[in-house]
Design a protein around this ligand. Sequence first.
Ligand SMILES: Nc1ncnc2c1ncn2[C@@H]1O[C@H](COP(=O)(O)OP(=O)(O)OP(=O)(O)O)[C@@H](O)[C@H]1O
Length: 233
Amino acid sequence: MPEKIIEFNNVSKKYGRQPALSNINLTLPRGKIIGLVGPNGSGKSTILKLIAGLVHPSSGSVKVNGREANRRIASEVSYLSELDVLYSFYTVAETISFNAGQFADFDINKAQEMVSFMQLDPNMKVKNLSKGNRGRLKIILSLARRAPLILMDEPLSGLDPLVRDSIIQSLISYLDLKQQTLIMTTHEVAEVEPLLDTAVAVKNGQIRNISEIDDIRSQQGQSLIDWMKQHLL
Ligand SMILES: Nc1ncnc2c1ncn2[C@@H]1O[C@H](COP(=O)(O)OP(=O)(O)OP(=O)(O)O)[C@@H](O)[C@H]1O
């Protein structure tokens, strides 16, 4: 298995004429929690979608575990979309059974454990869940998979501070970093800072900097927000 789980080589991505990423080179280690940070429209979600094989590079190559990223790697990648992708007519329990049927690596016991950890009612219909509880359910579906790579696009967006805190706790408790790597995009920088191993600063479709959080703190004496200001303003 290659030491690096992700390799971008000279990757550019355009949507029509709109450039989203310009000539990116990026390698990311396995077994870490990695945060993609940067302003709106900088290209963070596009990086995740390229890794998930949901969009294709206009030029260059994206490799996951040494293999070209495409839709066939869906079985190795658990992708949490920014969009609300749950079926409103299912209950929480039915949503879990449905996902267990979709993915061979889905651990239904782990999902049920997380439902009680997050105090969700298994019999409640998705359409009646609060936004915070829908956010929790999406995290459960994503973390219940034994996929080596978990991608989360804005898992904390629009959620109140207590829900964000409970989601961060569940990430710490239920992620298996011996087997898994988590890459997330987020604007909730201060909250995720204690969780992250590595930060990647993205702006205008380019990688501006990559740093270990420990180095940002100990060598550079900065918080993640200070570091972002230094590299993104
Ligand atoms: N499907 C699409 N069609 C056209 N343009 C797109 C599409 N998706 C993204 N873009 C454009 O590509 C650029 C990068 O967008 P992307 O969503 O990757 O940024 P982001 O950093 O995730 O933004 P945000 O923080 O606002 O979610 C933006 O200019 C965006 O408008």
